[in-house]
Design a protein around this ligand. Structure first.
Ligand code: CTP
Ligand SMILES: C[C@](O)(CO)[C@H](O)COP(=O)(O)O
Length: 226
């Protein structure tokens, strides 16, 4: 198995409400996205990395990556207005690896052992994702009212990385473009093809930095060596 990692970091970071795009905000001493790139790059099966960033950020992303001394070949490509398009641009820029792994640049505390377990699952499954079991009671809410309580044991929070055979992910994205499917994660597109997506339990530390509170939490965890 040889894997190309696609790290998507071309978003606007609107929910963070910062002047700077969140993927470039510092977590500890380095930008959030670079934590994700570095951690993924040290997983043995990762052959190379495509970082997807906004067109206007390609030069500064390149400079940041050069200084980081990433141990595998990397390339940078421009993303699109939605995450799905950014992933697709990453697929186009990826080489001929047998498998593709897609990870949010906004998930800096990804745990390398989780990634190893995810990639091991690809020996038996064409699609696998990290996900975390829900620990709270979940309500279905309409008009500010709890209409019903969902069965917690059936609910998982989808994370990234999400990993796929390259042909399957390419097919899913091509079909999505042809059929005008849109989804907030790549697994949804594969599910829409009727292909089962295997769940691998991911660490709760692998949360997506979306709002300022998430960054505060990540800073505290990083200081503890997570
Ligand atoms: N057009 C986009 C949108 C998102 N992403 C990336 O997809 C990941 C998850 O997206 P999200 O957390 O929603 O990031 P943003 O879209 O930047 O956040 P917001 O919705 O708050 O603007 C992030 O690493 C983000 O940079 C991307 O590459 N291209
Ligand atoms: C891909 C993802 O991180 C899985 O939970 C999530 O769907 C991204 O959603 P966003 O709205 O682009 O942050």
């Amino acid at each position: 198995m040889n894997v190309t990692a696609i790290i998507v970091a071309a978003g606007r970071g609107r929910r963070m409400g910062a002047a700077e795009k969140k993927q470039f905000l510092l977590l500890g001493q380095k930008p959030i996205f670079l934590h994700a790139v570095e951690r993924i790059s040290h997983v043995p099966a990762i052959r190379d990395i495509v970082v997807v960033t906004a067109a206007e950020d390609i030069v500064r992303t390149s400079h940041l990556m050069e200084r980081a001394h990433i141990p595998v070949p990397t390339r940078i490509t421009a993303g699109g207005p939605e995450r799905q398009e950014s992933v697709y641009q990453g697929i186009l820029a990826a080489g001929d690896s047998s498998h593709l792994l897609v990870h949010d640049g906004a998930r800096p505390l990804v745990q390398q052992d989780d990634v190893r377990r995810l990639l091991a699952a690809l020996h038996d499954h064409p699609a696998a994702i990290l996900a975390a079991p829900v620990k709270d009671t979940v309500k279905w809410v309409e008009n500010g009212r709890a209409e019903r309580t969902l069965p917690r044991e059936k609910l998982w929070l989808s994370q990234t990385p999400q990993a796929f055979s390259s042909d399957l992910l390419r097919l899913a994205h091509e079909r999505a473009r042809a059929e005008h499917w849109s989804a907030t994660d790549d697994a949804s597109l594969v599910e829409q093809l009727g292909i089962p997506v295997h769940i691998v339990t991911g660490s709760p530390f692998n949360f997506k930095i979306t709002t300022p509170e998430d960054l505060t939490l990540a800073e505290a965890l990083l200081e503890k060596g997570i």
